[in-house]
Design a protein around this ligand. Structure first.
Ligand code: URP
Ligand code: ZN
Ligand code: ZN
Length: 474
């Protein structure tokens, strides 16, 4: 007797869409095929709908102290919002300052995440390369934490890794089968530009984007890629926004170099004209929003396989935190100073619907590609495949049922986070997750959360050596 059967759905993987039933037992997928209703305690009819492996979100910052702010969601609330967006596993970063132990901070972060309703994991983070810090890489990898984040900017915030740290982390990561993750923005370029703006007394939202242009990101991307080539270490570059950076990745890929590239759905759908608005500060994120032409280059990068992952880079800064350090002038308007605005946008709940609607419905990508971009590739690259990321016997029964006919107008009122604005307010999507199942338990059904606080488990990860040696996921 099975616990659950999901029947008649179009079951999606990166390479196929097949109509079949999914039988679930003890939180795992027991079998795929054709089953009778009497064979399970519960039967869900997914006729006319698609069933994808639950989303894996490997890039978010929840309850992460940054630029004087913390974010509005706790980890349980974040997991509920994620689940509404079809996400069944998420990962966050250790909070690090100089002198902290990366391993201890990663463990502390995992502890903080325990209230999550979905499975979770943690990335290590490096801000310096003391002997003790580097030695922690062995411990983290052995514990099931093989990914290590470094920022190439945010020097003033005290979290930037210098090149020495990058090099040392790359060497050690390579030794243990780890994968460094890079935020690529050249700090020197950004800071010099900010200084110029300060001299001109123009710290407008618009100038934020101008201070961190495409080449600021591309220069750092190139540096990271060459250091990775030199050390023969695989890397993953997060939130990539433009063609210059993608061309560096393409050159690396042509040589077989494992340089994995993530982009965010906000860079596909929101543009830098938002910074012209009075409330443009709400869209301040790093790298900044770009142009529609840059977004076109990203879609091309997705299509040709240069970009294999999407991440929301979710930060839950509400208006109060975004504006906490701003002042209003005598005209009642904000005195614009982008250096006083915390960087980061929310988006964990809308990654899947945006890709279904802007990608599949608009004919840019297949639903199989969406499966790869939101689940399978992420599980593979981050080292939790095939436990996560695929609908196959033996895998965790993490499923999201998608109705491609469902139309939704995105709005702060329809999302499930603690944020009182939505940068996608009024954005129409067609194609939406209607049911989310985490390890065999239905956690989103008929628009309601039916999961449990604390039901999520810490996920130990190990990356397959093949993905680390040579670019590609086959
Ligand atoms: O603006 C952003 N992206 N804030 C979060 C931290 C980071 O850079 O990923
Ligand atoms: Zn970043
Ligand atoms: Zn981030």
């Amino acid at each position: 007797m099975y616990d659950l059967i999901v029947k008649n759905g179009q079951v999606v993987s990166p390479s196929s869409t097949v109509q079949c039933d999914i039988a679930v037992k003890d939180g795992k997928i027991a079998a795929l095929g054709k089953f009778g209703d009497s064979e399970a305690d519960r039967v869900i009819d997914a006729a006319g709908k698609y069933v994808l492996p639950g989303g894996v979100e490997a890039h978010m910052h929840c309850q992460a102290p940054f630029q004087g702010c913390l974010g509005a969601n706790d980890f349980f609330e974040q997991s509920v919002s994620a689940a509404y967006g079809g996400v069944t596993t998420f990962m966050d970063f250790a909070n690090m300052g100089k002198g902290d132990s990366p391993f201890q901070q990663a463990l502390a972060r995992a502890e903080e995440m325990k209230d999550s309703a979905i499975d979770f994991s943690v990335h290590g983070k490096f801000v310096e390369s003391t002997e003790e810090a580097i030695a922690d890489i062995d411990k983290m990898a052995a514990y099931g934490i093989p990914t290590f984040k470094m920022f190439m900017t945010y020097k003033k915030e005290g979290v930037m890794s210098d090149e020495e740290t990058m090099l040392r982390v790359f060497y050690k990561a390579k030794e243990v089968g780890g994968l460094p993750m890079l935020h690529c923005e050249d700090n020197t370029i950004a800071e010099a530009n900010i200084e110029e703006c300060r001299k001109k007394n123009d710290m407008s939202w618009v100038n934020f984007a101008k201070c961190k242009p495409v080449l600021c990101e591309a220069a750092a991307f190139s540096k990271a890629a060459y250091l990775a080539k030199y050390t023969q270490c695989p890397i993953l570059v997060v939130h990539t926004t433009n063609e210059d950076a993608l061309n560096t990745a393409r050159r690396a890929h042509a040589e077989g170099q494992p340089v994995y590239v993530e982009t965010g759905t906000h860079y596909l759908t929101l543009f830098d004209d938002i910074y012209e608005r009075e409330d443009g500060y709400l869209a301040i994120c790093s790298p900044p929003l770009r142009t529609p032409e840059d977004a076109k280059a990203l879609w091309k990068g997705i299509e040709d396989g240069t970009i294999l992952l999407t991440g929301s880079d979710d930060c839950t800064f509400d208006v109060d935190e975004k504006s906490a350090f701003l002042e209003k002038g005598p005209d009642g308007k904000w005195v614009q100073d982008f250096t006083k605005v915390v960087n980061g946008l929310s988006g964990i709940e809308i990654r899947l619907p945006v890709l279904l609607s802007e990608g599949v419905q608009k004919g840019r990508i297949s639903i199989n590609k969406v499966c790869a971009l939101t689940s399978t590739n992420i599980a593979k690259i981050y080292g939790c495949y095939p436990q996560k990321g695929i609908i196959a016997p033996g895998s965790d029964a993490d499923l999201v049922i998608v109705d491609m006919e469902k139309e939704v107008t995105l709005s702060k009122d329809t999302l499930h986070n603690n944020i009182s604005y939505c940068l996608h307010e009024g954005f129409q999507v067609k194609g939406y997750p209607v049911m989310t199942i985490a390890r065999g338990s239905v956690i989103i059904e008929n628009g309601a959360f039916t999961g449990e606080k604390g039901a999520g488990r810490f996920l130990k990860r190990k990356i397959a050596p093949d993905y680390l040696k040579q670019y590609g996921l086959d």
